[in-house]
Write a protein that binds this ligand. Structure first.
Ligand SMILES: Cc1cc2nc3c(=O)[nH]c(=O)nc-3n(C[C@H](O)[C@H](O)[C@H](O)COP(=O)(O)OP(=O)(O)OC[C@H]3O[C@@H](n4cnc5c(N)ncnc54)[C@H](O)[C@@H]3O)c2cc1C
Length: 493
């Protein structure tokens, strides 16, 4: 079989192992070089990314570069417009084929369409694959061939497809799909890049990777629980399994003071681990489980993986979700959007301990526990009466795992504006704290100035001024605000 000179373009698949597109490229290429483009549109700190995510990205890229060299080739990191840069690189190295794994966000789909148009004029063959979901979106349709809008039936179909396929047969966490050696370019070919305008890009580009790290407060610290790079992602999965956290997930996953979840969200979002590897990890755990409780816990975790795929499918099928509420009546909701309340929420200064602890966890670590994401989102929308789009954007600018599909899905679920059929879900912050942080370990950790306050007062938020030590009194009363919310909600029905 004839083999070609090819480029593999990494995007949200920053790994070598179990990378479907890369595996195909390495199988079919005589020479293969990797490329990643730092696209300014995806690196906008005011809109699309966060300091924590930039740190995760840069660290993961540096490891990926080393892994390419170990395999016998190299990864070029370019900086700028991918449409121009990918074509230029293909032209310079006389590539015959370009491989990549498809993405699902509207911006990326449109970008890829433009690149395909451009490259087809140059007669370059493009091969694309679906790598970031366990089940192909086209396979997961209702009996009427329509996309699912409700999670429950989606999950049943999803698990049915997987169970019937052979993904579950492979019990290895690491799946080596790539050949050991990838043949790269020779020195003469590489020097042609050095002599070109791409070299400017590369030297500026690799500097850009370091730019993402210099003065990045996450660099060389342990602030964030998500660890960048392919090897750390595998370690995190192994730790989650071997420490037994996966076996007690049912009970512990809602307690924010415990480190009981996998912390794999950033790895799954940027692809330093494959979704099949985590699925297989869950299957290995099932084989080792000792009782029903452990098996149920593992199944609950698998259901979380399915939420990720549900939201990605939702965005593929309804790209308009990116721009606003799924339920159009929410466009008429009379938001109060008070800037000083939003500021208090952002900065963890609302005077409501569980809200402020969660927002400070986000600010300090770039990550927030899932239970707390639901509590603070409900509070922003249903207590502060602020448009959920403000919260969605703030999360994208703060989270290490900021991901359009999951973030938008989480916010629309919390705001009741999405596909979920339950409209009136309102979280009472004190009751949530009493249920999930009963000893206030989480609140005390993130609001140290309140560490001396009694547990009942921390839960209720009723703290006498002498004990506040500068901590603000509550900016709102939950009961009053939610009755206003209900009234406003009835005006749009
Ligand atoms: C308002 C709001 C915003 C959110 N924004 C994001 C986001 O930008 N990026 C993101 O990855 N998740 C988001 N989530 C989902 C969830 O909070 C995180 O995925 C989870 O907290 C990550 O921690 P973990 O990796 O330890 O999860 P685990 O509990 O170990 O779960 C395993 C994996 O399943 C997936 N997952 C778990 N819960 C969900 C969920 N509810 N929706 C979608 N996927 C899920 C994640 O990939 C996660 O890594 C959001 C949730 C809410 C309520």
């Amino acid at each position: 079989m004839k083999k070609f000179r090819s480029i593999f373009w990494h995007r949200r698949d920053l790994r070598i192992e179990d990378n479907i597109g890369l595996f195909e490229a390495s199988k079919n290429s005589k020479n293969l070089i990797g490329v990643y483009v730092l696209d300014p549109n995806l690196l906008n700190l005011n809109r699309t990314t966060s300091e924590a995510k930039n740190w995760f990205l840069a660290k993961s890229l540096l490891e990926l570069q080393k892994n390419w060299v170990r395999r016998g080739s190299r990864l070029l990191i370019l900086n700028g417009d991918p449409i121009k840069l990918i074509s230029k690189l293909a032209d310079l190295i006389k590539a015959e084929c370009i491989y990549w794994n498809d993405n699902i966000e509207p911006y990326e789909i449109n970008r890829d369409r433009l690149i395909k148009e451009h490259l087809s004029k140059e007669k370059i063959k493009i091969y694309t694959f679906l790598d970031q979901l366990i089940v192909k979106p086209n396979d997961i349709k209702t009996n009427d061939d329509k996309p699912y809008k409700v999670y429950g039936p989606f999950y049943r179909k999803w698990i049915d497809i997987i169970t019937k396929s052979n993904i579950s047969m492979n019990n290895s966490i690491k799946i080596s799909r790539t050949s050991k050696k990838i043949r790269g370019l020779n020195e003469r070919e590489l020097s042609s890049i050095k002599g070109s305008e791409l070299n400017y890009c590369i030297s500026r580009e690799s500097k850009s990777v370091y730019d993402l790290l210099t003065s990045n407060r996450f660099n060389n610290t342990n602030l964030c629980p998500c660890k960048p790079g392919e090897s750390e992602s595998i370690n995190q999965l192994n730790f989650f399994i071997n420490s037994g956290s996966i076996n007690s997930y049912n009970q512990a996953r809602d307690v924010p003071s415990l480190e009981s979840t996998s912390n794999l969200s950033a790895a799954l979002s940027l692809g330093t681990i494959s979704c099949r590897a985590v699925w297989n990890g869950a299957q290995v755990s099932k084989n080792m489980a000792n009782n029903e409780y452990q098996l149920n816990s593992i199944d609950t975790w698998i259901k979380e993986l399915a939420w990720r795929e549900f939201y990605q499918n939702a965005l593929i099928n309804f790209p308009e979700l990116e721009n606003g509420p799924y339920r159009e009546k929410w466009l008429k909701f009379p938001w109060q959007n008070k800037p000083d309340w939003f500021k208090a929420w952002e900065n963890g200064l609302t005077g409501i301990p569980i809200i402020d602890a969660a927002m400070r966890q986000l600010k300090n670590s770039g990550w927030m526990h899932n239970r707390c994401r639901m509590i603070v989102a409900s509070f922003l929308v249903k207590d502060l009466l602020i448009n959920w789009k403000w919260g969605e954007l703030f999360f994208m600018k703060s989270l290490v795992d900021g991901d359009l599909a999951s973030n938008n899905g989480g916010w629309q679920w919390s705001a009741s504006s999405g596909m979920d059929p339950k409209p009136m879900r309102i979280f009472n912050p004190s009751r949530q704290a009493a249920k999930f942080d009963e000893n206030c370990d989480y609140i005390r950790k993130w609001i140290p100035e309140l560490a001396h306050v009694s547990t009942p007062n921390l839960l209720s938020g009723e703290i006498i001024s002498a004990e506040r030590k500068g901590y603000p009194s509550p900016i709102i009363n939950h009961k009053n605000q939610t009755s206003i919310f209900k009234e406003l909600y009835s005006s749009i029905n």
